[in-house]
Design a protein around this ligand. Structure first.
Ligand code: FAD
Ligand code: DLZ
Ligand code: SF4
Length: 507
């Protein structure tokens, strides 16, 4: 069996396939399309990529038993389709690759008993660090820090290494990667992949079956085959990788993608391989086409962060899904679904999310994530939102990024401090504030940027907890040194703003 995000010809379940005897089962099921109300383009992406993958297997002479979503016989669950196939095909056994999500693994562990045939669950070796490997690395460490994991991965994958030392003498070139985007720089256009007949059919299906989901299926232009994903990667390496580092943290109105790679949808589906991507980026550096700060920064996201968050997810599930260290309980404001807010940074990040099912990392972390952190929004609601709205979202990668990195709800498993920021950060890294109804230079006045007073209110609320964290010492001291009257004004301003927001007013 091959699941919808296991679309790699080298996937473990297919590694020893014997075409005359074996049948590959693939099933489009409502259970996977509805466990959260996914963005319409995400459903189009997965179903279209599944159909293209099935066609590619058939072209290689492999028999594929493919269940379409609108087939009347469809039981609409993965388990139901395995049971039906087992009854129909009477196999000696079922071979499957471990799923990305804990929820699906729990179900899969019951398939053998339910189907009455052996079910072999193989490790997903598309990841460079296995679940057991990560557990071994994490064992006996007081704290898990991505940077140390990353250095081991660099050595293990032999990427950007000069013998046993990092190329260029440093492991991490992040300090070079926080430049402000000059007004004149125009990012290169990103390739769009016009839907073929298969994708158009899926767009029609999704429009009919999921009319109320976020976004329109109509604007869909993502790669759905390995060949298109390769073309997208090549385009990134040729045109955007050289500037990826410098402007990695920048944000600009009307520029949803800047110099980012847009490979996450393909990588998470299995249309691209992590090591091959990193080697292609390394080759660009070796050829003098891209500087080291860009290539190192890019490779770190893939062999560092991506593998690290997956390891954290499997190490800590199922407990991770209920962590709420900061005891945040506020409901997610309605504007996360509509983009209707006067705050330009949030309007821009959410607006492009609705349109493209995409926002880049800093928008996810420092705009929508930061606001949710400061406003004290319930991690369950925030998690669910991120899982719904991005075309690349699967719980194994979404949850540690949201609950851990953005919300600090894990108390510091993923990151050593909360990524809390006031309006000054957004103003430094974007052009949003110049177009905003609020005044980023004002901390508490009638038109003050909400991120300013929410930031200090957040520090004040958690001052005691953060006092023991050396990386939070400065803001905690700043709060303590503030005149009592100013602190009261900030608290009152934050309370009034949050009350308006909770009551559904446009804020
Ligand atoms: P680029 O900026 O070009 O980076 C290259 C690749 O590195 C990405 O494609 C991705 O595979 C990997 N990468 C970069 N940062 C991370 C990270 N923090 N964790 C894991 N991989 C990373 N990524 C997802 O793939 N799915 C998610 O559901 C998801 N949810 C997120 C939620 C929050 C709150 C935050 C802060 C980040 C989330 N990320 C998620 C990580 C990151 O934002 C996206 O991978 C990235 O924006 C995808 O765009 P890109 O391909 O243009 O990335
Ligand atoms: C995300 C998704 C969707 C929308 N639909 C399907 C589907 O119909 N059939 C399928 O096999 N997989 C689908 N997926 C991907 C699964 O949700 C994914 O395999 C699990 O979440 C584990 O990562
Ligand atoms: Fe966002 Fe504040 Fe800037 Fe407006 S002023 S864009 S709310 S940071």
């Amino acid at each position: 069996m091959v699941l919808g995000d296991q679309l790699s010809t080298g996937i473990a379940a297919l590694s020893d396939i014997d075409p005359p005897h074996d049948v590959v089962l693939m099933a489009e099921v409502m259970a996977e399309c509805t466990y959260v109300p996914h963005h319409a383009q995400k459903i189009v992406l997965v179903l279209s990529a599944m159909r293209h993958f099935a066609a590619a297997l058939r072209a290689r002479g492999i028999r594929v038993d493919y269940m379409a979503l609108d087939d009347p016989a469809n039981t609409q669950t993965l388990r139901g389709e395995v049971l039906r196939a087992a009854a129909r095909l009477k196999p000696d056994g079922v071979v499957v690759t471990e799923p990305g999500e804990w929820r699906v693994l729990q179900d899969m562990l019951g398939w053998e008993d339910a189907a009455g045939v052996p079910v072999e669950i193989r490790d997903d070796d598309r990841f460079l660090c296995s679940r057991a490997g990560f557990r071994g690395w994490a064992r006996d460490r007081r704290q898990l820090r991505m940077e140390f994991f990353y250095r081991e991965m660099r050595r293990r994958c032999d990427l950007l290494m000069d013998g046993d030392a990092p190329a260029g003498g440093r492991w991490n070139f992040d300090p070079e990667n926080r430049k402000r985007l000059p007004a004149k720089i125009a990012p290169p256009p990103v390739p769009r992949f016009a839907p073929d007949a298969v994708t158009r059919a899926v767009i029609g299906l999704v429009a009919t079956r999921f009319p109320d989901n976020m976004g329109g299926a109509e604007g869909f232009a993502l790669p759905v085959t390995a060949a298109d994903a390769q073309a997208a990667l090549k385009d990134f390496i040729a045109h955007r990788l050289p500037d990826f580092g410098d402007w990695q943290d920048a944000m600009k109105s009307g520029e949803p993608t800047l110099f980012h790679s847009l490979i996450s949808t393909s990588l998470n589906l299995g249309l691209l391989e992590p090591l091959a991507i990193c080697r292609a980026a390394q080759a660009a550096w070796c050829a003098g086409h891209a500087p080291l700060n860009a290539v190192e920064g890019f490779i770190r996201q893939i062999i560092g962060w991506r593998e690290f968050v997956r390891g954290v997810y499997w190490l800590h599930m199922p407990g991770y899904a209920v962590l709420n260290t900061l005891e945040a309980t506020r409901r997610l404001p309605a504007f996360y679904w509509t983009g209707e807010t006067r705050m330009q940074c949030l309007r821009a990040a959410i607006g492009q999310t609705i349109e493209h099912a995409y926002a880049h990392h800093i928008q996810r972390l420092m705009v929508t994530g930061n606001f949710a952190l400061l406003a004290g929004i319930d991690p369950d609601e925030v998690d669910r939102w991120y899982l719904c709205v991005y075309a690349d979202a699967y719980e194994w990668v979404e949850m540690p990024n949201t609950r851990g990195m953005a919300l600090f709800a894990d108390g510091g498993i993923v990151g050593s401090k909360p990524y809390a920021a006031s309006g000054a950060y957004i103003n430094r890294m974007s052009d949003y504030c110049g177009r905003c109804a609020y005044d980023v230079k004002d901390a508490v006045g009638a038109n003050a940027c909400p991120l300013n007073f929410l930031y200090w209110d957040f520090i004040g609320r958690h001052a005691e907890r953060f006092a023991g964290n050396p990386r939070m010492a400065m803001p905690v001291r700043g709060w303590g040194a503030m005149a009592g009257g100013k602190r009261d004004a900030i608290r009152a301003r934050a309370a009034a703003f949050l009350e308006s927001m909770d009551s559904g007013e446009t804020v």
